[in-house]
Design a protein around this ligand. Structure first.
Ligand code: PMT
Length: 409
């Protein structure tokens, strides 16, 4: 989303200015071209050299300076920018812009800007809560400027409360959100993710290597594209996706099945990326199974878990149902079999024996198969990018179905 975007980062004079260095790095890592503008007060906290090094572009810090060999002035930069983020946004910069003051490069540029401007405030709690600051924020919001809420916790001034800069990940996520077209606005998407765990006894379990990354990426991107998202997840060690996503945690396959059945009716689209254990222990061992010193092996008797996807395939009505197929051989063949057997609209096949994709990794490489047998191979991409492609395929399937219904009448 941020690839090849021109992002202007306005840094103002607050202690959180030092965190902006990490933000600039995060933007450049995502392929954005970053232009840093610093106020005079910002330079009391951090130096332009840091940001010039990190962004690879000259840093603008002198009111109306034009750079030798660069055409970028306040109007030119305003024209070039795809998005502006002011971070940290102090009470001072909020007040100045809210009241039309344009007395340095940053404030003057903002007057000429037509693209989205995101303020990321960070300040002392009492300043944040002051009527004047809040009134200025309301005024700016009314004029289309966007704001992030500060976090709560220990503040640099030695107090504790609201006023902390949101995390770098949250700021990047919000910027990506602003750039993303809200094309799933009317959809309610149920996503499953992560592994299930089946207990052998109170201390041991049968599980698998799913990290939850694939399902979490789908939930995050679906939310970013405007959908209402419910995420049903097995136990994972990754951070829950940010933003307004309903997250339901489960442990076993039976718990996942019950949560899915409780929630599927509200959904228009269901995407099952979870790695569900096919079997669970037949006996419930309430005490830890003791090691028997005189035996070299032991047998666990397993019984079948419910197949959640298969059940959904029977009751889905006109919902779009997407399954995954984690295969190690004859990938397409097995995936097509699951697509048909479980009455799916789409299946996303991945070869989990391949290095660097599938379980636990940040990337995946998949084939998306539709019910007419059409196959789209998606080369190795980040799981966020794969999530976009899957959601595009879902949209295409919905469009096809709509056309079919229209042709019918
Ligand atoms: O979580 P990550 O580390 O990011 O890894 C991603 C992934 C490899 C887990 C993911 O890309 C993936 O392939 N998920 C499906 C894993 C799986 O269980 O595949 P399967 O071929 O065994 O199952 C087929 C489908 O039936 C899946 O949609 C699965 O959710 C569903 N299923 C399976 C068994 C069962 N009892 N109930 C089910 O609903």
């Amino acid at each position: 989303m941020l690839k090849n975007k021109e992002i202007v980062v306005g840094i103002t004079g607050g202690i959180a200015a030092y965190k902006t260095a990490e933000l600039v790095r995060a933007f450049t890592r995502k392929g954005a071209n970053v232009h840093v503008v610093m106020t005079k007060n910002a330079m009391e906290f951090v130096t332009p050299l840091t940001f010039q090094t990190l962004s690879g572009n000259p840093v603008i810090h002198n009111s109306f300076e034009l750079f030798t060999g660069s055409k970028i002035g306040h109007i030119a930069l305003a024209d070039v920018a795809d998005q502006v983020v002011i971070v940290p946004a102090t009470a001072n910069i909020i007040g100045k812009i809210a009241n039309g003051i344009a007395d340095d490069f940053l404030t003057t540029m903002i007057m000429a800007i037509t693209v989205p401007v995101l303020f990321v405030p960070s300040m002392n709690t009492k300043m944040w809560e002051s009527t004047i600051v809040q009134r200025n924020i309301e005024k700016l919001k009314d004029n289309g400027y966007q704001f992030m809420e500060p976090g709560s916790g220990d503040l640099a001034c030695g107090t504790s409360g609201k006023g902390r800069l949101p995390t770098i990940e949250e700021i990047v996520e919000r910027m990506e959100d602003i750039f993303t077209e809200k094309d799933l606005m009317n959809e309610r998407i149920l996503v499953t993710a992560g592994p299930t765990m089946e207990f052998v006894d109170p201390v041991r379990c049968i599980t698998n290597r799913s990290s939850g990354k694939m399902g979490y990426a789908i939930a995050k991107i679906a939310k970013r594209r405007g959908a209402e998202v419910t995420l049903i997840t097995g136990k994972t060690y990754i951070e829950s996706p940010h933003g307004d996503i309903q997250v339901i945690e489960v442990t076993t396959a039976v718990e996942m099945r019950d949560a899915v059945i409780d929630h599927y009716r509200r959904s228009t689209i269901i995407i099952k990326a979870a790695a569900v254990a096919d079997f669970k222990c037949k006996a419930e061992n309430c005490q830890k199974i003791k090691k028997q010193c005189n035996v070299d092996s032991m047998t666990l008797e397993l019984e079948k878990n419910p197949d959640i996807l298969e059940e959904l395939g029977r009751i889905k009505e006109n919902r779009i149902l997407v399954g995954f197929a984690a295969e190690t051989d004859n990938v397409l063949e097995h995936a097509v079999d699951k697509l048909k057997r479980k009455n799916l609209d789409l299946i996303v096949a991945n070869n989990v024996a391949q290095e660097g994709i599938g379980f636990g990794s940040d990337n995946n490489e998949v084939s998306i198969i539709d019910k007419t047998g059409g196959v789209r191979h998606v080369p190795r991409l980040s799981k966020d990018e794969i999530a976009h492609v899957i959601l595009d395929a879902v949209k295409k399937a919905m469009k096809k179905r709509k056309k079919k219904e229209e042709d019918w009448y």
